[in-house]
Design a protein around this ligand. Structure first.
Ligand SMILES: C[S@@+](CC[C@H](N)C(=O)[O-])C[C@H]1O[C@@H](n2cnc3c(N)ncnc32)[C@H](O)[C@@H]1O
Length: 290
């Protein structure tokens, strides 16, 4: 299908920051970090198992790594609408859709926090509501995830399901470099996972939105188990990761950043008996509209 819909947003500061990050990441998004986003996307569709012919809404669809597996599951009689705020991510998704021909898949530019004027979404809401709504690797990017889930719950049909995830509260290298260190340096953060205290945090948002939690679990570490480090590895860990996470750093203040990191590293190693275990674990929740 691949109709190109008009943009439904007037980009704000947060959107513009998001555009910068994901415009740069778009061409290599699928292959980055050993391709774990591709595996996770396929797993999403397998876990939620939409009905053949069903209607799905893939929120923050990016390059379509969840959208396409959902489209495969619903088949030619189904429909999947993908919404994302970054045109460059949607361009990659639309190119794949054109090249591979995926039945009824529509990619729309929009803000998933407010879909009230996104036509292809509202068409389905008026007609029946969605069988499945997915939001993979994006909930922590939203300013108000609780309000967003309430908004999405309204668009599910009776018995329809939401599947979404958040990173666990575990302090990982990704967490330290992309969040804690930025905070210590007085920089603004693109995402906020501080509300994730345990496996029940996401369940609670779903329940508060009137949904019934069907299933909730902690995944294996995405991309495989990470390495274990010790206190004395701090300098090396910093040097190894400062390039990888350079987008999150103010490289003009490298010495100060290193200093802050080493202070943080000491605290982290102390709170985990001297061993820092890296990885990327998620809490996943499937919740149903009664
Ligand atoms: C980490 S990527 C995940 C992409 C896709 N869900 C996947 O798992 O491959 C996060 C995506 O969220 C999108 N995004 C962030 N905030 C958004 C918002 N308010 N509305 C729509 N999309 C948003 C970004 O543009 C980006 O494509």
């Amino acid at each position: 299908m691949g109709r190109k819909h008009a943009a439904h947003i007037r980009p704000n500061i947060k959107h513009r920051r998001c555009h910068r990050t994901y415009t740069r990441r778009a061409p290599t998004y699928a292959t980055a970090f050993n391709g774990w986003h591709v595996t996770l996307g396929e797993q999403y569709a397998a876990d939620i198992s939409p009905p053949p012919g069903g209607r799905c809404l893939d929120l923050a669809c990016g390059t379509g790594l969840v959208t396409f597996p959902l489209a495969k599951a619903v088949g030619q009689d189904g429909l999947v609408v993908g919404v994302d705020v970054t045109p460059a991510m949607l361009d990659v998704a639309r190119k794949r859709e054109r090249e591979e021909g995926w039945g009824r898949v529509e990619f729309v530019e929009g803000d998933i926090a407010d879909l009230s004027e996104v036509e292809p979404v509202q068409d389905v809401v008026r007609e029946s509501g969605f069988d499945v709504i997915s939001c993979c690797s994006a909930l922590v990017l939203l300013a108000d995830p609780a309000a967003a889930i309430k908004h999405w719950a309204d668009m599910l049909k009776k018995g329809g399901k939401l599947i979404t995830d958040v990173p666990t509260e575990t302090h990982t290298l990704q967490y330290l470099f992309s969040w804690e260190l930025r905070r210590a340096m007085g920089l603004q953060n693109e995402f906020d996972r501080s509300w994730v205290e345990n496996i029940h945090s996401l369940e609670k948002l779903c329940a508060d939105a009137g949904l019934i939690v069907n299933k909730s679990w902690k995944t294996a570490s995405q991309g495989g188990e990470g390495e274990e480090y010790r206190l004395e590895d701090g300098e090396e860990v910093f040097e190894q990761n400062v390039k990888k996470y350079s987008d999150f750093m103010d490289l003009e203040k490298l010495d100060e950043t290193r200093q802050k990191f080493l202070e943080m590293w000491r605290r982290e190693c102390q709170r985990s008996d001297g061993v820092f275990k890296d990885g990327h674990w998620l809490y996943m929740t499937i919740a149903k509209k009664p």
